[in-house]
Design a protein around this ligand. Sequence first.
Ligand SMILES: [Zn+2]
Length: 434
Amino acid sequence: MRDLLIRDVLALTQAAVCPQAAIAVRDGEIAYIGPEADLPPAYAGLPVYEGRGRIAMPGLVNAHTHAAMTLLRGYADDLALHEWLTQMIFPAEARLTDEDVYFGTMLACAEMIRSGTTCFADMYFFMDATARAVAESGMRASLSVGMGSGAGDVDGGRAKLAGALDFCSRWNGQAGGRITTMLAPHAPYTCSTTFIEDVARAARASGLGIHTHVSETAREVTEIVTEYGKSPVEHFEALGVFDVPTLAAHCVAVSERDIDIMAAHGVRVAHNPGSNMKLASGVAPVVDMLAKGIAVGLGTDGAASNNNLDMIEEMRLATLLQKVSTGDPTAMPAAECLTMATMGGARCLGLEQLIGSLEVGKRADLILVDHSLPHMEPFLASRATSHMVYASSSSDVSSVIIDGSVVMDERRLTTIDETAILAEARRRAAVLVE
Ligand SMILES: [Zn+2]
């Protein structure tokens, strides 16, 4: 059923807060949104989905994660990025199988749907398994095979790139159009210049975007400057990465000049405040990036460095972190933060024409949030945005609709056998890190 009529709901649209709204969905597309009193008669006969006591808002877009890393949640805490990655994560990941990635991603999808995320950008290994999980769960995703290739690994790099291009050609537009794809050179410190140039050339030739990690820590910047005489942003610009739409995760240790370069090339940034704080990587200058017109989305990063995929928590972390780091309590107001977690993410994934806001003609990716709870009172329409960012919890998300399909109905997942997935994920995680 991808036709429905949500009645008597408080809708958060780009332009306004609309109490007593109706949202008509036909064939997965928003056909009407506005006052219920003005609902065109043509939509009155659609199957009704009760919205009373609920906020309707665009589904949250997780602009950067590694979904299957849910299996490594809590495995390696309280370490700096370099030690965390090289001593703990890389060795555990070397033992991963495609079935591990499938179950880890299904676990992630269950967690993301429960917390109001409808779409995510993922970079990992065994991405066929990830794509299978996305298709089955009903979620929307931009998927990319994470690739690293050192200077002495020319043939290996070419094989990885060929494999990634093959993945893109097989999965782009699949699952009813819910899956899109990108190329993902992991980071400037895990990829040689030759390899990065090859990836950028292939992306240009095949019309694909690039998803990568950039300037996550000061240590990374020092290493890249020492090796190439350029900052990671300057290095990527020189190698042609930014000639295609690029989604750059982190951008913590960036200079004014780096920000100017990113703005000039339309680089999109995935901000991951929870992961950046936990690894003590630093604070991305998000306020400065937004001021220069850069599209910034919000991401959780993987569950091994966050340690959850809760975008509502991430919104609160993002705004509080900007306020405390700039010493300015007016930095990143609630509305700007909510836009970053929805429309900002859609722009990061190049999906701003399809999702990211509740508008006629867009796909029906939306969530209903219970506002009849003690921590949401006093509830006034004018405070809905503030409550979503500063007061709500992910457990307030009551229903989730993706592409017009109800994937969570009053806290019950409709596409995922949660009991089975949780048990299998736990069993596999135990084997992985033993
Ligand atoms: Zn990452």
